[in-house]
Design a protein around this ligand. Structure first.
Ligand SMILES: *[C@@H]1O[C@H](CO)[C@@H](O)[C@H](O)[C@H]1NC(C)=O
Ligand SMILES: *[C@@H]1O[C@H](CO)[C@@H](O)[C@H](O)[C@H]1NC(C)=O
Length: 124
């Protein structure tokens, strides 16, 4: 897992990049493509990567992973991040400021990306 972000509505709250790619630019294009504000679980492939997106109650968590990571582990990651975010900030995120949680929460993204990236090796 190489990149992740958390967006509320259209406000970027936190992101973390594990490698120098243009993931951030591609992620923004993908977010623009997802219509409405209903809940979604969706995956887009782009070059050799897959962008997985989970939106629940207006809070969107996205990650970029290798194709080899499959779907189950990235979505477990997204669900985990969603729950950690809600547990940490609850409704206190309103009003949301751009990158408002980045200092604290990019560290959580980084740690959990590392953890979920190691799962295939643990079971494989
Ligand atoms: C990101 O990089 C890939 C491969 O290097 C390229 O195909 C794609 O057009 C780039 N996307 C953006 C939004 O820059
Ligand atoms: C997204 O996935 C979660 C967890 O598997 C599920 O509870 C939820 O109903 C799904 N939402 C949609 C819109 O498919």
């Amino acid at each position: 897992m190489l990149y992740a972000l958390v967006v509320l509505g259209s406000v970027m709250l936190a992101e973390f990049t594990g490698a120098s790619t243009n993931a951030s630019a591609v992620a923004r294009q993908i977010l623009d493509k997802i219509p409405g504000d209903n809940d979604v679980n969706i995956s887009y492939s782009q070059d050799q990567y897959i962008f997985h997106v989970k939106r629940t109650d207006g809070l969107t968590v996205l990650c970029m992973a290798d194709e080899s990571a499959g779907r189950r582990i990235p979505f477990a990651f997204l669900e985990d991040i969603h729950q950690r975010f809600v547990r940490t900030y609850g409704r206190a995120v309103f009003p949301a400021h751009s990158y408002g949680m980045n200092d604290e929460f990019s560290r959580v993204l980084s740690q959990q990306m590392e953890y979920y990236s190691s799962i295939p090796m643990l079971i494989g």
